[in-house]
Ligand binder design. Structure first.
Ligand code: MN
Length: 253
């Protein structure tokens, strides 16, 4: 039997995860293990300095008082230990995860964790606009997962999928774009006169051809294959000068 683990970073009660679980139900046994509250922008963080608790909400729905990474760990290493999932699907996130956003995203980090634990995974994020709906993204999730399950998936498969809020005009395989944030710290005073800060940057886009950002701008579903090898392979050659300069290091330490 096909088993699918569903998680997210918006919390177990969010609309996106409910529709995702429903959309995948016909494709296999779906288990939902998700944070008990919003954990957006939690990145790939792991809770190591306090205990974690799992709460069973329905037959195969559980909440965890931790991060998406905690959820994937508890699900794969404990809850589903005897029946590991064939695929982890994270989402559907409220808002895109494009470009460098993937490094902050709890949605995408859940799939990083799945990959580290040897389970193929897919992250799904929905562009938000005034009159958006999760329904098209749920249909995309169903179709993509159905097609993936027909193939033999490599354990390190990790797809970051973003769905536009405009009517879907096609599907593109993309690379990560660049998204920078300007003016990111706001300084204020609290009622006792003490300073506090708010991280409140506005995104600036670089919608180069072939990027995820460009595809979403064109109303296309963007699929970016990711991997966890962060090595800068060009750097392995271009930083030769540094090792040359440090040649004496072995003698001096
Ligand atoms: Mn989120």
């Amino acid at each position: 039997m096909t088993r699918i683990l569903v998680t997210n970073d918006d919390g177990v009660f969010s609309e996106g995860i409910k529709l995702l679980a429903e959309a995948l139900e016909p494709l296999g046994e779906v288990t939902v293990v998700a944070p008990d509250r919003e954990q957006s922008a939690s990145g790939h963080s792991l809770t190591l300095h306090r205990p974690l608790r799992i709460r069973q909400l329905e037959e195969r729905t559980y909440s965890v008082d931790g991060t998406p990474t905690d959820c994937v760990n508890l699900a794969i290493a404990w809850l589903l230990k005897d029946n590991p999932p064939d695929l982890v699907v994270s989402g559907i996130n409220f808002g895109c995860n494009l470009g460098e956003d993937v490094t902050y995203s709890g949605t995408v980090s859940a799939t990083f964790e799945a990959t580290l634990l040897g389970v193929p995974s897919v992250a799904l994020s929905q562009e938000v606009s005034e009159h958006f709906s999760f329904e098209p993204a749920a249909r995309v999730a169903h179709t993509v997962v159905q097609k993936l399950l027909e193939a033999k998936l490599p354990p390190d498969l990790l797809l970051n999928i973003n769905i536009p809020s405009a009517p879907i005009s096609g599907v593109s395989l993309t690379k990560l774009g660049r998204r920078t944030y300007s003016q990111s710290v706001v300084e204020k005073r609290d009622p006792r006169g003490r300073r506090y800060f708010w991280l409140a940057g506005t995104p600036e886009w670089t919608a180069e051809d072939g990027t995820d950002i460009h595809a979403i701008g064109e109303g296309r579903v963007s699929i970016t294959p990711l991997h966890l090898d962060l090595t800068d392979y060009r750097g392995l050659e271009s930083y030769d000068w540094l090792t040359d300069k440090l040649r004496g290091l072995a003698d001096t330490t």
